[in-house]
Structure formats: C-alpha cells, structure tokens
Design a protein around this ligand. Structure first.
Ligand code: ADP
Ligand code: MG
Length: 561
C-alpha cells in the first residue's frame, strides 16, 4: 500500500535482542511458548475491553490462537484474534523497551556468566525470542475496533532496524510470521509443534489450534482446511482439586510463571460465602530473578481474574511485598469488572482476599516445614531472606513468620541455616530467659567472634547471623515466645551465683588496673569494666544496650548516614 518506513530500535532493544538470541540457544524452543503467551495476553485484553465495549468482538466472538507452518516458505505463523495493535502501539511495544524491569534485566544479564533462559519472559522480552530461530520476523496486526485499512506490517531481521508499513487487514488481531534460519528446519513439523504446545502451553485458557491432518499423521500435504484444538484450554483453577493431577498443577505453573523448574508446592482453595473466590498459589523452587534483584516491579507474579476474565497482574495488591516470590491466580466472583488499579488498592473486599492469600501462603510454608524438610530447606535457601522482611512488614503475622525462620547457630550444623527459634528455646538451660545472637559480615566472622567465648564456656547457644537484612530484622524482632532476643555484644551476661562472686572478687582486685586504663583511654571509651565475657582473649569492646551493633554501624556508614 504505502512504502515501508525504516526505523531503528531503541539502543536497549538491540542489546536485549543480542543477549536473547545468543543466550537462549539451549532453550530455543521457548519461542513458541512466548509467542503463544503474547497471543493469549492479547485475547485476555480483548475479552476484558469487550465487556465495556461489545462491538470490539463483533462478528468474531470465539477467541483463539492458531499455529501453522509452511514447509516450502520455511515459515511458522502464530495468529490470534485478540486485541491487536495500532501503529503507535507497535512502535511502543516492540520497538522500544518501556519497562524498568527490562533495564534491570540487562544489568543482570551483563553480570551473569551465562544468561539464564528462565529469565526471559519474566522481563517482558518474550517477543524477541522469535529471533532465536528466525532470521526475519514479520508482524501483521490491526487493533480491534480500527478500520480494515489501519493494519500495520512490521518486519525486522533483528539487527538494529525494522520497517513499518500500512496494510489492509480485514480481520483484527495479530499474526507473527517467523522466517526460520537455515538450520532450524526441525520446527517445520506438525508433530514437533504439537509436542511443544502440549509441553509448554497446555494450560493457556484459549484454544490453541493447528490445521487438522486427514490421516492424523505427519503428512503435511494432507491438511484438510479444518482446525483442531491442541491444548486442554481450561481454566485449571476452576476445576475441583480431586480432578487435577500433580502433572497438571505443575504444567499450569510453568506456563504461568515462565519457569522451567517444577514448583516446590502449591495451595488451591475455594472460599464460599458472602464473598466467594478461588486462589491457586505456588511456591517456586528457585527465586524469580526480580526477587533476587530486590526489584519492586513484581506485579507479574499473581494474576487477578474476575469470574474467569483476566483483569490484571496484581501481585502488589494481592500479597504483601515479602511474599513477592509467590506465583499464581486469584479468581474473584464479586469484584466489579471495571475495577481499576487505583480502586483496587482501596477495595475492602480485596483486603480480605489479600489476608486470605497471605494466610494460605504461610500455611503452605508451615506445612512444608512440618512435613517435607527437604523442600523446606530448598525454600529457606531460596527465600529465607525475603521472608525475613515480613518480620518488619507484617506485624500481624510476625510470630508466625519468626517461627519459620532458620539460622546458623553455635549448636547447629556449621554455616547451614537450620536452627529455628523453637529449637533454640528447647535447648535453653534452666533459668535462661534470653535468646542470644551475634551479627557479623560473614558466617566465619560471626562464628569466630571473641564475644562467644564466655557463652561457649557456659554452654549457652548463640545464633550466628550474617545476612545483610538480619540487623534490620532484629530491630523488629525484640521478642519471641516471651523470650527477649539479645546481642552478645550488648548488655549483661547471664551469670550463676558462683561466677557472680568470682567476678566481684576479680573486680575488686583489678580496681587499680581499671583506674589506670580509664586514665589512658580517656574519652575514647565510656567505661572500663572487669568482665566474665572472655575466657581466652585478654580484652574486647562491648556496646551498651542502646549502642548500634558494630556491623550495623558500618552499614550505616557505607550508606552515608
Ligand atoms: P510481555 O509479553 O512480557 O509484555 P513481550 O516481549 O512478550 O513482553 O511483548 C511485548 C509487547 O508487545 C506486549 O506487552 C504487547 O503489548 C505487545 N504484543 C506482543 N505480541 C502481541 C500480540 N500477539 N497481540 C498484541 N500485542 C502483542
Ligand atoms: Mg510476552
């Protein structure tokens, strides 16, 4: 129609393209999952907009995703009749990188030895995975509601430039055509494509169709012109628990979380009552990248549906921040479908759903701790530090969260974080009413602290804390189960009567020495005392109850405080 206009990708897009195509090679088949996932998102968006504006769906109400290939042209086409894109949207969505997540992704990839395939997709770079197998990608699209001559053709070889052209397009929606590279012929097979759809996209909630084969076999020439649905296309969470197999739960997680690994555990619940909703929540077995990066851009974890219609990614609205590693679906029956993110944040019903999700997740972690120690250890390794944020963030559940934390300890197993506060309390000596801990920059420094000598001599257990977040967390965790938590670097040691006498004795004898030391040290210390703190080292620095711990003081200095 018109002459194509050539434009250059935003610099970051070129970078992402380069990284994606060079690092995804061992998982190149995920291009299909990513493009099908985009088609499914586009159908979700249209169904949602169609509620307010039914004309958008007119004439073509059955949303679906069609996958086909052409052996002679060496192309694979993924087509949907979803929302489509206007020219401006094409430029914004696939010519630039809008999300801050992608910028973090770039930084993360640059620091990794080799990029991890499971990161792709989590960062909104899914579309570009097409270039792993294709040396040219064509997109034909028209936004729902726009006239037929508002179609757009986008094309690129993925090397820094793309062309844009206006085209006539009678049907709405998007078609992505991959022109396969020389050696990617394996994907030009009905069998192969079906297998990939089953493996990665079975739980996409719209029918994924392929041309029907007359003999049900491999012969491409035998296509009948009809389409047949390949995936199960059901909203898994709406089925009853007893009818869903573990494999189905796992498969759903993988298509939902863009993860290759199985989830660690899940919890599927239906709440009936004056407010009804369904939750299906998963614990991943490894941290999604965003969590590791401490990102605040984690809306993607949890999908909010209202009566089976996808409304938005709403992890922030449905779970507290410290549970941001959770993936899953919440389907509410009674929320208004036209709800906006702003309204959502003030919605009282949603508060209740959020509390329920939080409870379910804590229940799930508790049951792992009780019944599946190995999985629980994996969980603690991956998310133990994230969970600690809850001590400060979720006052209502503080005690429950504290119960779930695990620490290294002088009576534990080396550096392994395996001791719970309850374990500690169970081992306390008669009359001990304090939970002692030491904080340091590393486990070795904590374990080697001279402050521990007196505790060792008296066989008193001390928790060894060396994670950055510990000091912050301890600011909120002053007490557990009626016992005070206290740093060995602060305050008074627990002494028995005998030792008390000895110390008083020693203090008396040492009075001249103490006086002399005070004179020598002057302003540099606030006091010099004889102490039972040490058994081997001759002296150490002690903080009074309200001083900052040395490790924390150093952190504050680093932060410029
Ligand atoms: P993400 O899906 O995480 O947003 P992608 O790289 O997969 O990131 O896609 C980028 C954007 O391109 C999408 O957010 C969407 O706006 C647009 N897009 C991609 N595929 C389609 C499609 N089939 N229909 C409509 N829009 C699409
Ligand atoms: Mg995508």
């Amino acid at each position: 129609m018109s002459t194509p206009e050539t434009r250059t990708f935003e610099a970051e897009v070129a970078q992402v393209l380069h990284l994606v195509t060079h690092s995804l090679y061992s998982h190149k088949e995920i291009f299909l999952r990513e493009l099908v996932s985009n088609a499914s998102d586009a159908c979700d968006k249209l169904r949602f907009e169609g509620l307010a504006n039914p004309d958008l769906m007119s004439g073509d109400g059955e949303l679906h995703i069609d996958v086909s290939f052409d052996e002679k042209a060496r192309t694979i086409t993924i087509a949907d009749n979803g929302i489509g894109m206007s020219r401006q949207e094409v430029i914004e969505n696939i010519g630039t990188i809008a999300s801050s997540g992608t910028r973090r992704f770039l930084a993360a990839m640059a620091s990794e030895q080799k990029a991890d395939a499971r990161l792709i997709g989590q960062f909104g770079v899914g579309f570009y995975s097409g270039f792993v197998v294709a040396d040219r990608v064509t997109v034909l699209t028209r936004r729902a509601g726009d006239p037929a001559d508002a179609g757009v053709k986008w094309e690129s070889d993925g090397r820094g430039e793309y062309t844009l052209e206006a085209v006539e397009r009678p049907q709405r929606g998007t078609e992505v055509i991959l022109h396969l590279k020389e050696d990617e012929g394996e994907f030009l097979s009905a069998w192969k494509l079906r297998e990939l759809i089953h493996r990665y996209s079975d739980h996409v909630a719209f029918p994924i169709r392929m041309p029907k084969q007359a003999d049900g076999g491999e012969g491409e020439e035998a296509a009948t012109g009809e389409w047949e649905t390949i995936n199960s296309a059901s909203a898994l969470w709406t089925r009853s628990k007893s009818e869903i197999t573990d494999e189905e739960y796992q498969g759903f997680y993988k298509s939902l979380g863009h993860d290759f690994a199985d989830p660690l555990a899940w919890s599927h619940n239906r709440v009936e009552g004056n407010q009804s909703f369904t939750t299906l929540l998963y614990l991943p077995s490894q941290p999604p990248f965003d969590v590791m990066m401490g990102g605040r851009d984690e809306r993607k974890g949890l999908k909010l549906y209202i009566k089976r219609v996808f409304v938005m990614d709403a992890a922030e609205e449905l779970l507290p921040h410290y549970l941001r590693f959770v993936r899953g679906v919440v389907d509410a029956d009674d929320l208004p479908l036209n709800v906006s993110r702003e309204l959502l944040q003030q919605n009282r019903q949603l508060e209740r759903i959020k509390a329920s999700c939080t409870k379910r997740v804590l229940d799930l972690i508790e049951s792992l701790a009780k019944n599946e120690p190995e999985k629980f250890a994996t969980f603690i390794k991956a998310f133990g530090n994230t969970l600690k944020e809850g001590i400060g963030e979720d006052t209502a559940n503080r005690e429950r969260i504290a119960k779930l934390l695990r620490f290294a300890s002088t009576k534990g197993d080396g550096a392994a974080k395996s001791v719970s506060l309850d374990d500690y309390i169970g081992r306390m000596a008669d009359g001990q009413d304090t939970i002692w801990y030491v904080t340091a920059d590393s486990h070795a420094a904590a374990a080697g602290s001279p402050q521990l000598e007196a505790f060792k001599a008296r066989d008193i257990e001390v928790l060894l804390l060396s994670d950055r977040i510990d000091e912050w967390m301890l600011g909120y965790l002053r007490e557990y189960d009626g016992r005070k938590l206290q740093s060995v670097a602060k305050g008074e040691l627990p002494l028995d009567e005998e030792a008390k006498k000895q110390q008083e004795e020693a203090a008396k004898q040492a009075e001249p020495l103490v006086a002399r030391l005070k004179e020598l040290l002057g302003e540099r210390v606030s006091d010099v005392r004889v102490s039972a703190r040490l058994t081997d080292s001759p002296s150490c620095l002690v903080l009074s109850e309200f001083d900052m711990a040395p490790h924390f003081a150093r952190l504050m200095r680093e932060a410029g405080q």
